[in-house]
Design a binder for this molecule. Structure first.
Ligand SMILES: Nc1ncnc2c1ncn2[C@@H]1O[C@H](COP(=O)(O)OP(=O)(O)OP(=O)(O)O)[C@@H](O)[C@H]1O
Ligand SMILES: [Mg+2]
Length: 697
């Protein structure tokens, strides 16, 4: 039986009537109703009843149920609200506004400038008016205290300007509860959402949920609960329906003692779930709402992550709504996360940080101007050391977002001031410059810079910095055909890293260490692969992948997966190679890392050609080209072996596919966007026709 069992009978009949009357009404001018109460008071229950009534009356419902972890995700709620109606009203929204809105909703890539808030607000206004033109509209937001700021501003802007028409706004908001065991100590829920109410001309109706009385508690509980026990439950739960149900479900028939509130839920979770399912629940709860692939990525330390998620869903503690997973109830989620021991909780957040790197990077993009100004300022004020620190904290952002050139200019400016820096900072500046040259393809300069950094790292006693710079130098030496020297350097680096394995690390040092191990293993593996030892190479890549996973570093995982796939391919295991490449492709797609996605498409094209699917290969290769042209070469190219699929590969394919088929496949590939190319690439090749029907028409 699920932990979140519901008896089916609804109490609070007066409030139910008020909510239903409100949402069913076809009004002449916009109006709002807010349901307020402590955690578990029954807000969502009323809110859902309101939505059902509106839908049954033929109203259009725009809904969003943000979670605590989405508060920082710009436009998350807006994208929920518009998910279903956008296709219907899109055509009414003028071009520039629609583009701004689509960028905000991540439906199209951002240009140089972030979209103007006003344009998004106007687009939202047009969308609302478009809906109102056809039906009465209910905008319904549960847990509105977690509405992200960007959505709130856009919605407020639009609501202020809808002065008439059948528009209802239904909000449910959590208010502070001093005595609630799961939210006590947390900061009080924010109240900025009140802005939405004041945006409308009429004064909002408000329902403040009072505790249930004894009679209501009795009605809430199963009929076989005795009056004495119901009284006990009513008192212990303080009239809170969530706790009343949890308490009553945890009572054994012959147990007259009601357990203390806070333990109830965690005990029930512990006794009804396996450790794996509990881990799945905790991961989903800590992530707020998450897609299945993301949840699986966070859980990939389990033997069978999918089974763990399934069990949590079957137990009723995790629910799936519109391709998102969430805890069945916010309080169940809170209990699951809180019942983890501190070490495990820290580990979970680390894993989530790995999965969430994308969101963090997108937020940085908005601040790129400030970041750039800060770097120039620090350098010019003769504080290059601090500029170096800032760069090391943010380098992925510059690379992944295609600003490697801008970063290189900053690094050059810093190097010009390097003379006065202490050895350690000089080492960091030199190797930082080395990485930007590596990304830019200037291997000779990169090699020189890394070489100069090594003695400085040694002098400063920074063995982790030394490991990273030495690994990069090894990679560059191999590319420069001094393979024996490269191999010695990498072997030596790896063995020094292994000596450090048991050491005491702070958290950032641990991640640094793992990244050193991953890069050194991968680079050495690439040399072995070049020399034909695919077995040894695969071992090294497997080590690299494991380290990248422990560091929860998506970018290094991408490098390692790619390398491992190539070694499997070299060993003749094409299916395994394909499956690894598809994994990487999905990961790159989730990360929004289109250049890497293009490299994976190229590798899959190569594989399809080997598996005798020349048309499929042509389509994938063409798609990779389209993506790369749009996005530039990205950072993966600096790390993975040069892709072997240039013009000669195209010529080979052309020779193998018949002229017309090749042309069609090529044209189809060119027409694909990054996302549709991923979808095409993830289809299993052999069992299906080489191209979807649309391409052969
Ligand atoms: N009027 C009601 N009749 C019957 N059961 C109810 C009623 N209100 C709430 N419940 C039950 O109590 C539990 C908590 O209710 P609900 O999820 O609506 O609370 P909430 O106020 O939204 O909580 P939170 O602030 O944590 O989101 C649910 O299991 C729900 O089924
Ligand atoms: Mg709720």
């Amino acid at each position: 039986m699920g932990v979140a069992a519901v008896s089916g009978v609804l109490v609070r009949t007066a409030e139910l009537r008020q909510v239903r009357d409100f949402t069913r009404q076809v009004r002449a001018a916009p109006a709002a109703l807010a349901i307020q109460g402590e955690a578990g008071a029954g807000k969502s229950t009323l809110w859902r009843a309101g939505i059902e009534a509106a839908a049954a009356a033929g109203h259009r419902v725009l809904r969003s149920e943000p979670s605590a972890s989405e508060t920082d995700l710009a436009f998350a709620a807006l994208s929920d609200l518009l998910a279903e109606v956008l296709p219907l009203v899109e055509a009414r929204i003028p071009g520039p506004q629609r583009e701004a809105l689509e960028v905000a909703l991540l439906l199209r890539p951002a240009g140089e400038e972030p979209p103007a808030a006003r344009a998004i607000g106007l687009a939202m206004l047009t969308a609302l008016r478009g809906c109102l033109f056809q039906h009465p509209v209910l905008v319904a937001i549960d847990d509105v205290q977690w509405l992200d700021e960007a959505s709130r501003e856009v919605l407020t802007f639009a609501l202020r300007r809808v002065t008439d028409g059948p528009l209802s706004l239904l909000l449910a908001a959590r208010t502070e509860a001093a005595a609630d065991p799961l939210t006590v100590g947390a900061p009080p829920p924010p109240r900025d959402w009140h802005e939405l109410l004041t945006a409308l001309p009429a004064t909002a109706e408000v329902i403040d949920l009072a505790p249930l009385d004894l009679w209501q508690v009795q009605n809430l509980l199963p009929p076989d609960v005795t009056a004495t026990r119901a009284r006990l439950v009513a008192r212990q739960s303080r009239g809170n329906p969530f706790w009343a149900l949890q308490l009553s479900a945890s009572l054994d028939a012959d147990d007259s003692q009601v357990p203390p509130l806070a333990r109830t839920l965690t005990d029930r979770l512990a006794s009804s779930l396996s450790a794996e399912a509990a881990a799945a629940l905790a991961a989903v709860a800590a992530a707020g709402r998450t897609g299945l692939p993301e949840a699986l990525a966070v859980l990939d330390h389990l033997a069978d992550p999918a089974a763990a998620v399934d069990e949590a869903v079957l137990a009723g503690v995790v629910v799936e709504t519109r391709d998102r997973l969430s805890a069945a109830h916010p309080l169940i989620g809170a209990a699951a996360v809180q019942s983890l021991p501190p070490g495990r909780r820290a580990q979970l957040y680390r894993r989530l940080a790995g999965a969430g790197q994308l969101a963090w990077l997108s937020r940085l993009e908005i601040r790129r101007g400030n970041l750039s100004a800060a770097l120039s300022w620090l350098t010019e004020r003769n504080q290059p050391g601090r500029a170096v620190d800032l760069i090391w904290a943010t380098w992925r952002f510059w690379w992944l977002h295609g600003h490697a050139g801008e970063l290189a200019r900053h690094v050059d400016a810093i190097l010009a001031h390097a003379g006065g820096m202490p050895p350690h900072q000089r080492a960091l500046a030199l190797s930082g410059a080395g990485f930007t040259r590596l990304a830019g393809g200037d291997q000779t300069t990169a090699r020189r810079l890394f070489k100069q950094s090594l003695p400085l790292y040694r002098q400063a006693g920074d063995r982790l910095g030394l490991g990273l710079a030495a690994a990069a130098l090894g990679h560059l030496l191999a590319a420069a055909d001094t393979v024996a020297v490269a191999r010695d350097l990498l072997e030596q680096t790896l063995s020094q890293l292994r000596d450090m394995a048991g050491g005491q690390f702070t958290e950032p040092q641990r991640v640094h260490y793992l990244l050193d191990v991953a890069l050194a293993s991968n680079f050495l593996g690439q040399i072995q692969l070049d020399q034909g030892d695919h077995r040894r190479a695969a071992e090294l890549f497997t080590d690299g992948l494991a380290a990248a996973h422990s560091a929860a570093d998506r970018f290094t995982i991408l490098v390692s997966l790619y390398d491992l796939a190539l070694s499997r391919q070299a060993g003749g295991d094409l299916d395994d190679a394909a499956s690894l490449l598809r994994q990487g492709l999905s990961l790159a797609a989730e990360a929004g890392d289109e250049p890497s996605l293009a490299y994976y498409l190229e590798a899959l094209a190569d594989l399809a050609a080997r598996q005798d699917h020349p048309e499929r290969a042509a389509a994938l290769l063409a798609a990779a080209g389209t993506v790369l042209e749009a996005k530039g070469s990205g950072w993966l190219h600096a790390y993975v072996p040069r892709a072997p699929h240039g013009d000669s590969a195209v010529a080979r394919l052309r020779a193998r596919a018949t002229g017309a088929a090749f042309g069609q496949a090529w044209a189809y590939g060119r027409s694909l966007t990054g996302a549709s190319a991923v979808r095409y690439a993830l289809q299993e090749a052999p069992s299906r026709p080489d191209l979807p029907a649309s391409a052969s028409r």
